[in-house]
Ligand binder design. Structure first.
Ligand SMILES: *Cc1c(COP(=O)(O)O)cnc(C)c1O
Length: 363
């Protein structure tokens, strides 16, 4: 299948830098085993978990544009940011290498978990350069230093990819995802969902979808389940990003419709954050188990478990029963074991070793 956003707006197709990484469309399926938990609502899943061969999940859609731009500007490497166990940093490292670019990961301390270890080793396997900081100030000055050092070494600044890949350009991958969903609804693969539940970390996924739904006219609302501190996710920040994404599309194709931010169409859900980013919650881990049992899709505790927990709790309370609801899986489903099996964590920078020697959360 083609790329529905570009089929609707060919001028965008000519202008947006895009390198094809994802196998699209991602599948939708009905998970009737969860209906009872959801107060009788029809539960559907759109699973981005295998859209990339090297690594799946939501970052692949963003990286098609972000790495596309890096290739177009002919930089030798990209630099990105995240928590120590960042899925985004791992996805960036793997796909950068696959298109011939180097990757630098600037990481900050987070709660320890088994997936943190896997993602660090995955980045090592991808040949990324990793740097770890205890504080935001450390990360800031470290980045300044690193950018300049790489400039001196290579003659080019690395291309900056922001946290979570959530620049307006990265969000364009999810503008397309909304058009992709509309095609699936029109083809009869699923009914038009009343709401999409999606994890909200750096906001790009939810925001891109919101712009795309408004542009393609699908009558579906978004519930963006906040999993990062409220200093990172708020209605005013969401609105600001929405307007920048819409402006980018409009700037590159005047035919792109004038879309407006509306709190009726996208809402932030604050109720399932728990104690912090990357701190698993009992409800979240319970939801992880339920979807695994029902559909064999393995969620995780940082983003998607909390999000599915919010969907189930909201639907269970709804009277009358909620109309069809779609859970958008943003978590990777590819197995990392073959990539990392023979790697020794001691090859990582020393200040990352503590993640391998200190205790981890269950799950
Ligand atoms: C990064 C990530 C998210 C959050 O997406 P944003 O666009 O940053 O809001 C959700 N789920 C998973 C599994 C992720 O890795």
């Amino acid at each position: 299948m083609g790329f529905p956003l570009f089929e609707a707006f060919p001028t965008l197709g000519d202008r947006f830098p895009r390198v094809e990484l994802a196998d699209l469309p991602s599948p939708v399926s009905r998970v009737s085993e969860l209906d009872a938990e959801a107060g009788g609502a029809e539960v559907w899943v759109k699973d981005d978990g295998r859209i990339g061969e090297l690594y799946g999940g939501n970052k692949v859609r963003k990286l098609e544009f972000l790495l596309g731009r890096a290739l177009r500007s002919k930089v030798p490497q990209v630099i990105t940011f995240g928590a120590a166990g960042s899925n985004h940093a791992l996805a960036t490292a793997l796909y950068a290498r696959s298109v011939g670019l180097g990757a630098i990961s600037m990481l900050i301390r987070q709660e320890n978990a088994a997936y943190v270890r896997k993602n660090l080793l995955g980045q090592l396997a991808a040949g990324a350069a990793l740097y770890h900081y205890e504080t935001k100030a450390g990360l800031f000055f470290g980045t300044f230093f690193r950018m300049n050092l790489e400039m001196v070494k290579t003659g080019r600044y690395p291309q900056i990819i922001p946290v979570g890949g959530s620049s307006p350009l990265g969000c364009a991958g999810f503008v397309n995802a909304a058009f992709e969903l509309k095609n699936q609804v029109e083809a009869g693969a699923l009914p038009c969902p009343d709401r999409i539940y999606v994890a909200c970390g750096s906001m790009g996924t939810a925001t891109g979808l919101a712009v795309g739904l408004a542009a393609c006219g699908l009558d579906t609302r978004i519930v963006a389940v906040r999993v990062t501190p409220d200093s990172m996710v708020s209605t005013s920040k969401l609105k600001n990003l929405f307007e920048r994404v819409a402006a980018l599309c409009k700037q590159w194709d005047v035919d792109f419709p004038p879309v407006r931010f509306s709190e009726d169409r996208i809402q932030i859900h604050h109720g399932f954050y728990g104690e912090g980013y990357g701190v698993f919650t009992p409800e979240g881990m319970d939801a992880v188990e339920k979807l695994d049992a029902a559909a064999g899709i393995r969620l995780e505790g940082t983003y998607t478990g909390k999000t599915l927990a919010a969907l189930l709790a909201d639907c269970a309370e709804a009277k009358p029963a909620s109309r069809p609801v779609l859970f958008w899986n943003t978590a990777n489903q590819q197995d990392l074991a073959p990539l990392i099996q023979n790697l020794d964590y001691k090859k990582l920078p020393k200040n990352l070793h503590a993640y391998f020697t200190s205790p981890i959360q269950d799950g």
